[in-house]
Design a binder for this molecule. Structure first.
Ligand code: ADP
Ligand code: MG
Length: 351
């Protein structure tokens, strides 16, 4: 499906490991004060003074987490960094560095890795993080990418999953369900393409949801906004697996219950339209879809005046006592228990 814009194919064997690493990393610059020594030694050296350090790692495996039939390598590099930064922001921390490790088979030419690194570089620039190291090795089959993100947060400013209290507001950033529906559209086009490779799909009505799938963004802006508003959430998590499973994490770790209001869940019109087209219930998608990388947090009622009317923050429910349980209050004002994968388990989610 993706047009090959890079007809040149330089085999990796032509360079060897050291030249390859040098080639891929030569354009990385250092902008963070905390980076003392970046790529080029046995280890990077970082100095955070008195700040606390936050670390998170993700592993992405071809065929499990991504499909190169429709995910361009540049987007994949960008996404691999972004999904890790999202975990740092979910701690109310600022990301400062990443390391990037790849295992790659000889089916990939140098030009493919250049594309991947163009995406990594783009994300590092946009989110202002330094790429300070990594590892490069060969793989017998697919591509494997592991990113470790490092961040900093002042003592006492970190936000855990475990601090929610009964009566806190449940607040979601942005809108959800888009990434999952984008994937459904891409999967459908892949099947069409298999039958008829000449087919040029018109995806113009799905641009937002496809972008949500292929080039997601992490909500660094929300961490900055919360600071500006002088609001410290009582708990927070990023929405990587779907709203219901994130809500359950907050409730279980905070020992509280929740009422989530179906009519408050923010959905983009493109998500609603595509759900209708695929004949899927949009609330199910919001609850179970995943990969939206929005932030879900609980905020004390006292802070309500500070967040009221902010277009980035939607109140979708209230925390309750633990023995009240976890429920979705439907449009018909019915109360339905929230379970790990919404009401209907979707396909196996490898996240
Ligand atoms: P070592 O033998 O100590 O593992 P390497 O030769 O693998 O060292 O790496 C040399 C330098 O390049 C190190 O600073 C390492 O962190 C960095 N590096 C290696 N692979 C990558 C990569 N894929 N992306 C970014 N930096 C890398
Ligand atoms: Mg190494």
């Amino acid at each position: 499906m993706i047009e090959d814009k890079n007809p040149q194919r330089t085999p990796l064997s032509e360079l060897g490991e050291f030249k390859l690493i040098e080639h891929l990393t030569e354009h990385f610059t250092v902008t963070q004060k905390s980076t003392v020594k970046s790529i080029g030694d046995d280890a990077a050296v970082l100095n955070f003074d008195k700040k606390q350090i936050v670390v998170s790692t993700d592993l992405l495996v071809e065929g499990v987490h991504f499909d190169l039939t429709y995910a361009p390598l540049k987007h994949l590099g960008y996404k691999a960094v972004v999904v890790n930064l999202s975990d740092i922001y979910a701690m109310n921390a600022m990301a400062t560095q990443v390391t990037v490790s790849i295992a790659v088979s000889n089916r990939f030419p140098l030009e493919a890795l250049e594309e991947l690194y163009a995406g990594i570089t783009m994300a590092a620039k946009y989110y202002n993080v330094d790429v300070v190291g990594g590892d490069t090795t060969s793989s017998t089959s697919g591509l494997i990418i592991s990113v470790t993100a490092i961040g900093e947060v002042e003592q006492g400013q970190e936000v855990l999953r475990s601090g929610a209290k009964p009566n806190d507001l449940l607040v979601l950033t942005g809108d959800i369900g888009g990434a999952y529906m984008g994937l459904q559209v891409l999967e459908r086009e892949k099947q069409v393409f298999k039958v008829n490779p000449q087919n040029q799909p018109d995806l113009s009505m799905y641009t937002y949801i496809i972008e949500r799938q292929l080039k997601p963004e992490a909500r660094k802006d929300i961490v900055e906004l919360l600071k500006e508003l002088d609001v410290k959430p009582t708990s927070m998590i990023d929405v990587s697996d779907g709203l219901s499973s994130e809500v359950i994490h907050l409730c279980k770790q905070s020992k509280v219950g929740v009422d989530v209001y179906e009519n408050k869940i923010p959905l983009d019109p493109q998500v609603i339209a595509t759900c209708e087209e695929f004949n899927i219930d949009s609330t199910t998608i919001a609850l179970s879809g995943g990969e939206d990388y929005e932030l879900l947090m609980t905020i004390s009622q006292e802070d309500f005046p500070k967040i009221k009317g902010n277009p980035n923050l939607t109140i979708i429910g209230y925390m309750t006592d633990e023995d009240r349980g976890m429920h979705l209050v439907t449009r018909g004002e019915e109360k339905i228990p929230i379970i790990a994968k919404g009401w209907n388990a979707l396909t196996d989610d490898p996240a």
